[in-house]
Design a protein around this ligand. Sequence first.
Ligand code: 5RP
Length: 297
Amino acid sequence: MADLDSTEDPRDFHAGVPQRADGFFLKGGAHQDWGLKNRLARIFDPASGRTVMLAFDHGYFQGPTTGLERIDLSIVPLIPWADTLMLTRGILRSVIPPATTKAIVLRASGGPSVLKELSDERLAVAVEDAVRLNAAALAVQVFVGGEHETQSIENMTRLVDLGTRYGVPTLAVTAVGKNMVRDARYFRLATRICAELGAHYVKTYYVEEGFETVTSCCPVPIVIAGGRKLPELDALRMAANAIQRGAAGVDMGRNIFQSEAPAAMIQAVRAVVHGNETPEHAFDLYRELGRVQPTHG
Ligand code: 5RP
């Protein structure tokens, strides 16, 4: 009988072997709860400690921007190479196959369109709906120095409180107003404020001067936005520089889905982020996979 078998000696309790007490691989995450860590480990690959987030949430304030007119045709084929999909719940429910196993980072703020003051956002999703959608994290825009700075920071702190209740981390997205200076000093301020007030990781822009000071004094991981479309080699150089200077990954949209060869580009970005590949080798990979002729670099 199985019950009796299992109580028979000899059994090995490994009394002399201490149970492993592993740390957590991600900066600033060691003291979080299990569910929150598990979600972060679905976003950041525990092997490299990094992530390639594919961002296509732009429609939440821009409408059908170039490359996102038909997400079913332009983005769904790229899913196999992304670690994480950053999107709105509308696109998730209407377009993304539920069989996808990629980590979902759900856009959780919104309100104004490009026709209005962008910093005037509110929270735009209930945390229960995010849990229903099996979100791995919630993303909120933070406008440090913007017209509605305090409101956007309050959006973030409320989201941290709500998400933490269910073990869902918050990604704070530092949003820079049109007339504001994008330099290391600004991003040190913005990213540090987000982290101090509870964000579990922060998205910011890459700057050539002093980016390592932004990553070093932010106590949680930083991922960079791709920003406006660049020539592919330049975008790969930006990603590589950011990684070398302390970023834990990219949250890239236009530089992938507006590329001449988006599937080749996301694979080249992966080579840089997870494989420490040089931008030049990654660009060779891009050309090989995309079978496109170099036009720059
Ligand atoms: C919108 C966002 C986008 O996800 C972000 O801008 C990333 O996309 P891109 O690489 O195209 O800049 O947060 O506010």
